[in-house]
Design a binder for this molecule. Structure first.
Ligand code: GAF
Length: 395
């Protein structure tokens, strides 16, 4: 039922290396990869210092990279007609536009952070569905970051990876104009196969949490609504601004810093009704992540399904980042046998996830596809998500 196969990483890397050699007339130094993700739960809380539980997908982005003799940076992609070429010293928020912001922008941000980088040629291939809310942007940034780090001959320990997370966030925020919160880059650079990553965005500590729904005859179905999804068109930034305003009003740096015992009073004290609902989502969503981890560790997938649904309702009603396609996907999936479902990622389109008995995956996918057809919407993309590996060098 997968509409986009992740492909075999070794084969994809070899193919990209051959194309790089044909295009540039020399061998790539290496091919690097970083995965897309689904966030199981913990949405719109990363920039509030909250908890998230993402999982890396086997669908990944690949970057073939080689240094140049001059100070030029070029990027090209097998998925895009246009590319980018510019001099290292000219890279910056005002000089890179479009998709190359996420690639050349990272080279700029790494240099800003003190990395000594040469001019370079970068060629991209991606199996992460674009614009589907599965973090194709962070996968691109992180694959390029690993390639650039290799050209600087720096080994990748956890501290270096954390620095790369920050550089990728800076590229996304300052060059691409999407002030995102770090969830996507962290799972791309720290994810591991067979596990979800419990990420504490206050101190950026991480813990691997086993994620094996197949052991309970369950699968995670991803429904790509194909509804337009952009994190740089204002909706995302305005939610973030509401949270920052509320934190200032409450006298804390991050909404996570409001102790549980003070949260009811804090909510009651917020003057603006919309801001109050945004903050209620943040408080309750962080609690749901803790609950979800306990449910997972107890193997209680029925309870986890209910937690998914509560998360979706909160994102729909309090945070207002869902859309009709996401709501129909969630409701239809549950009506057709899913234990629970929710939007994943930034919202405003993108994808939903559903926890589905393995033998009902086709029926649930079929029901969602039929619901879309009834409304005259283009068919959704469907894939069953298994945990993939984190970012790494392939050759
Ligand atoms: C997007 C952002 F990139 C993340 O930082 C996060 O805020 C997410 O939306 C919502 O949880 O993926």
């Amino acid at each position: 039922m997968d509409t986009l196969e992740p492909g075999d990483p070794t084969t994809l890397a070899e193919d990209l290396a051959s194309r790089f050699a044909a295009e540039h007339g020399r061998q790539a130094t290496g091919v690097f990869t970083a995965p897309g993700r689904v966030n199981l739960i913990g949405e719109h809380v990363d920039y509030n210092g909250g908890l998230c539980l993402p999982m890396a997908l086997p669908h990944a982005t690949y970057a073939a990279v080689a240094p140049r003799d001059d100070d030029t940076v070029t990027v090209s992609s097998r998925q895009e007609d246009d590319g980018f070429s510019g001099r290292l010293g000219d890279l910056g928020p005002d000089t890179i536009t479009g998709w190359p912001s996420y690639a050349a922008g990272v080279v700029w941000a790494m240099r800003e952070a003190g990395w000594q980088l040469p001019g370079m040629d970068v060629m991209i291939d991606s199996r992460v569905p674009l614009g589907a809310g599965l973090s194709s942007s962070a996968a691109l940034e992180c694959a390029v970051a690993l390639g650039a780090a290799a050209l600087a001959e720096v080994d990748l320990d956890d501290e270096v990876r954390s620095g790369l997370v920050r550089a990728c966030m800076r590229a996304e925020s300052e060059v691409a104009g999407a002030p995102t919160g770090g969830l996507d880059q962290t799972i791309a650079l720290f994810g591991q196969a067979e596990a979800a990553l419990l990420l504490d965005c206050r101190d950026w500590s991480t813990r691997q949490v086993p994620w094996d729904p197949a052991s309970a005859d369950l699968a995670l179905l991803v429904v790509d609504t194909r509804a337009s999804h952009s994190l740089s068109d204002g909706g995302y930034a305005s939610r973030r601004a509401d949270c920052e305003r509320a934190a200032a009003e409450l006298g804390v740096e991050l909404l996570r810093d409001v102790p549980a015992a003070d949260q009811a009073g804090a909510l009651a004290g917020l003057a603006d009704e919309q801001v109050r609902r945004r903050v209620r989502h943040v408080f309750t969503e962080i609690d749901r992540v803790t609950e979800a981890v306990a449910q997972l560790e107890a193997g209680d997938f029925e309870a986890l399904g209910r937690t998914f649904l509560a998360s979706h309702a909160s994102l729909r009603d309090d945070y207002e980042v869902s859309c009709e396609e996401l709501d129909v996907s969630v409701d239809t999936a549950v009506g057709a046998g899913a234990l629970g479902a929710r939007m994943t990622g930034g919202g405003f389109g993108g994808s939903a996830i559903a926890l589905v008995p393995t033998d009902a995956v086709d029926a649930v996918g079929g029901a969602v596809t039929a619901a879309y057809a009834e409304r005259g919407w283009p068919a959704p993309g469907l894939l069953t998500a298994t945990p993939g590996a984190g970012a790494r060098r392939l050759r």
